[in-house]
Design a protein around this ligand. Structure first.
Ligand code: PEP
Ligand code: MG
Length: 839
């Protein structure tokens, strides 16, 4: 039994909400309250429409009665959220042989015939579900109409329905059923709709838009969807209905006189002026930039509908800031209107949203942005391109530290393997370059230098492709790109976000360029400087090799002695760029073999550089290789086995501290120990580092402080956080390794099956992307509790890739962490997400 009336006439005063009747019905009511000339409209609630889909019959006669005799009506979907779509709108319901005669009198025979023909075609396809090919739109001649009616009758074994009430009943039923179909449900669920999302319908008297004098229809908005800047866009088409003007742009008029061709403003200046005024009324009345659907009937304007202006993320920022600056919405509202995840779109070049896309590979969107360049298949080729200033896209099965210089040289990186925290993904995010990983649908032939797509297309070195790291795709050719949008609106919005948030945001930065980016995006310090990346430059790599190949302590000492000044300069640079903001430096982390070549050519070059036989070099590399290097001799294990490395790094940090302090800056370095699993490791290294600090203070005759912390990356370190916290100032959770070790899941290989796992619901999300609050999160909570129990003012943070993910930031905020640290290009996302969470 229906609790409420099956339909509601929309008036100023009626009780109507988006939760019961949908967003369109609610919006039409607002238009009516703002005195817009909206034709009579009736709304059907979710409950009614659901009932209709289930077979309930509603009496469409009283419904139509409210429109008066001889009215045609439109029926449009009204879901709770505009984005969820819905069945195709039906126009001109009520058209029949009698109306054809009536309308022929008022709007002319040809216009009347066109309406009827269009309705028959739409009804046949959408309601009777006949083959669309039988009803392709044609010129509205008398023959065409007769023919369409005949085909209908032949196919359906009954004449085209003439009773408007029956027509309407069939239209309502067909739209209600379409909404409940499986494919429609899956489609809207993909856009965030709950499985049981309801559909409302609105029935509105048709403004015909056809007939004598100036009649037609159009769509207008007052800002650009691409940039958000004030700009009247849309089209108007004489003798048309619905959104015809957009579908048939070539025939349509522009709106304003300032445009590139004939305009509505020229054809009908009063209507244009009225529309402009409506735009202002809606902006303040609905507190939003709206796109208006309108019709003209012999010069008389009707507003049929209005929807939020569809917008690219950069436009969304400009619109929100402009609305707040003009006092239409509050700053808090402006912040909340920007989805943090959309911000990377502003920070990088992007494929224009109207560009032609020809995808050749799909994978994980590991680092956002877009770049066009020539395909190359090796780091060397990438460097050769860079030397000639030719942009290139580096394609590799996966990347290793050997490829870093190639990644620097390339404009974008695509790897066949890997996941969100694989080497390529992490480095590319740090460099702010687009990156796509885990592309399972391509085959690489590194010898032939070709990439073959699943459908057999072959791309060779030198071919132009475009990498879309935002969408996770590689496209053929060079589609149009949009430039970054770091303008005044962006800065203003970010400053508002900073006032609102209550957790610190630092950046992971290894190089001066990273640090500059971190500053540019107003990071509050460096939360992780991965020092090993500093040793890959040509001159240093050679010295690293000497250090690794040293047979004696003396020889190793000599190599480290040469690395010291280079490393000191690295830290001087970082301290100077960060101007007093904290810089957290992680001591050397990876296994040494990562610095050694794997190719025959590389080994040969190394032997030559070190003046050693190739066999010696090969043996040495073999001796250093491990079965499971990520669980092998790396991090503090290396720091304890070969203490001279960490001692050199500590000295470089302290000497840089003194040098920069002498110039008047305040520097308090933070030193972080990676891959700790036992308190004793920290004790041993703390003793060494304290000794180096004392020595430098002594030598330089000056005082300085530093903070020592532990990077919690092993489950054991999390469990033993109480013991560890006693002798450290801070704990920073390295959630990449901690996730890897908690799951026993290789971060470099997970990409291969992660898609399947998420699809099948084994994991709700990729745990390398969004912190696994249940499992890994429990370890974080245990560590925080045990650490704080012994040291209430212990600084806690995370510095894994999760630092830039809004859900993970939410976790850290709730756990009371001081800050999160993420890739420099994620800093704005993190600042915005933190503001959302605090508001
Ligand atoms: C981590 O493990 O979370 C981390 C930040 O370190 P890396 O990614 O360098 O292993
Ligand atoms: Mg780690």
């Amino acid at each position: 039994m229906q609790k409420n009336a099956p339909f509601t006439e929309i008036t100023r005063t009626v009780d109507l909400s988006a939760e019961t009747h949908g967003q369109r019905a609610k919006c039409i009511q607002r238009l009516i309250r703002l005195d817009m000339p909206v034709p009579h409209t009736v709304a059907l609630s979710f409950e009614t429409v659901h009932g209709i889909a289930a077979g309930q019959v509603i009496d469409t006669r009283p419904l139509l009665g409210s429109f008066g005799a001889d009215s045609l009506v439109s029926v449009r979907p009204s879901p709770a959220m505009q984005e969820w779509g819905g069945p195709t709108a039906m126009l001109d319901v009520g058209m029949n042989d009698t109306m054809l005669l009536t309308l022929s009198e008022t709007i002319g025979a040809e216009a009347a015939r066109a309406l009827y023909l269009r309705f028959v075609q739409a009804y046949a396809v959408e309601v009777a579900r006949l083959d669309p090919e039988l009803f392709e739109p044609t010129e509205p001649t008398r023959d065409a109409l007769v023919q369409s009616l005949e085909i209908y009758e032949e196919e359906m074994d009954e004449p085209f329905p003439q009773d408007p009430a029956n027509q309407l009943a069939a239209v309502l039923k067909s739209m209600a059923r379409a909404w409940e179909g499986t494919s429609a449900r899956l489609l809207r669920q993909a856009k965030g709709a709950p499985p049981d999302a309801g559909l409302g319908l609105v029935v509105q008297r048709m403004a015909l838009g056809m007939g004598a004098a100036e009649s037609g229809s159009g769509v207008i908005q007052f800002v650009s969807s691409e940039t958000g800047l004030a700009q009247i866009t849309g089209r108007y088409l004489s003798q048309s209905q619905g959104r015809d003007a957009l579908a048939r742009r070539a025939e349509a008029l522009y709106l304003s006189r300032d445009s590139r061709g004939p305009s509505l403003e020229d054809a009908c200046p009063e209507a244009f002026a009225e529309l402009r005024a409506f735009g202002d009324v809606l902006r303040t009345g609905l507190r939003e930039e709206m796109q208006i659907e309108f019709a003209l009937d012999a010069g008389k304007l009707s507003v049929l509908d209005a929807v939020r202006v569809p917008r690219a993320p950069r436009a969304a920022v400009r619109i929100a800031v402009a609305l707040a600056e003009s006092g239409v919405i509050s700053k808090e509202d402006a912040i909340l209107r920007i989805e943090p995840r959309t911000l990377p779109e502003l920070l990088h070049r992007q494929v224009a949203f109207d560009a032609q896309r020809d995808p050749i590979a799909k994978g994980m969107a590991a680092s956002p942005g877009a770049a066009t360049g020539q395909l190359v298949f090796s780091a060397t080729a990438a460097q050769a391109c860079a030397a000639q200033e030719t942009p290139c896209i580096l394609v590799r099965p996966e990347t290793s530290p050997e490829d870093i210089r190639g990644m620097h040289a390339a404009s974008g990186v695509l790897t066949e393997k890997g996941g969100m925290t694989s080497h390529a993904a992490v480095i590319a995010r740090g460099l702010g370059k687009p990156c796509v990983v885990g592309t399972r649908d391509i085959t690489l032939d590194l010898r032939a230098k070709t990439l073959t797509t699943r459908d057999g297309r072959v791309f060779a070195e030198g071919d132009t492709v475009t990498l879309d790291g935002t969408a996770g795709a590689c496209l053929a050719g060079a589609p149009r790109l949009m430039e970054p949008a770091l303008d005044g609106s962006f800065r203003t919005l970010m400053a508002w976000a900073d006032q609102a948030r209550d957790i610190g945001i630092r950046a992971n930065a290894d190089t001066p360029a990273d640090a500059e980016t971190a500053r540019r995006f107003d990071a509050e310090g460096i939360g992780l400087c991965r020092t090993e990346h500093m040793f890959f430059d040509e001159d240093r790599l050679t010295v690293m090799h000497e250090m690794i190949f040293a047979e004696t302590g003396e020889a190793r000492g000599a190599a480290l002695e040469r690395l010291l000044p280079m490393q000191r300069e690295d830290f001087v640079d970082l301290f100077e760029i960060m101007r007093g903001k904290p810089v957290c430096i992680r001591l050397f982390d990876p296994p040494l073999h990562e610095f050694l070549p794997t190719s025959r050519e590389g080994i040969w070059n190394l032997a030559e550089a070190l003046d050693l036989p190739v066999s010696t070099v090969t043996h040495r590399i073999e001796a250093l290789s491990e079965y499971n290097p990520m669980l092998g001799m790396r991090g503090v294990r290396l720091g304890i086995a070969i203490p001279e490395i960490y001692e050199m790094q500590a000295r470089a940090i302290f000497e840089a501290t003194v040098d920069v302090s002498l110039k008047g800056a305040i520097v308090t370095p933070e030193i972080m120990l990676p891959l700790v699993s036992a308190r004793r490791e920290v004790e041993l290294l703390k003793t060494n580092i304290d000794a180096v600090a004392a020595a430098v203070r002594n030598e330089r005759g000056t005082r300085f402080g530093f903070r020592l912390g532990v990077m919690v990356e092993t489950p054991r370190a999390a469990l033993k956080a109480g013991e560890i916290a006693e002798i450290t100032d801070f704990l920073s959770f390295g959630t990449n390794d901690l996730t890897q070790m908690t799951y026993g899941l290789s971060r470099d290989d997970a990409g291969r099956f992660m898609g399947t796992y998420v699809q099948q619901g084994v994991f709700a999300e990729d745990p390398f992307h969004t912190l696994d609050a249940d499992g890994v999160g429990e370890l974080l909570n245990i560590a925080a509790e045990r650490g704080r129990a012994v040291k209430p003012d212990l600084t806690l943070s995370i510095c894994g890739e999760h630092g830039g993910d809004p859900d993970s930031i939410d976790f850290c905020r709730k756990a009371g962490f001081s800050y999160v640290s993420c890739s420099p290009f994620r800093v704005p996302v993190a600042r915005m997400a933190a503001a959302h969470l605090a508001l």
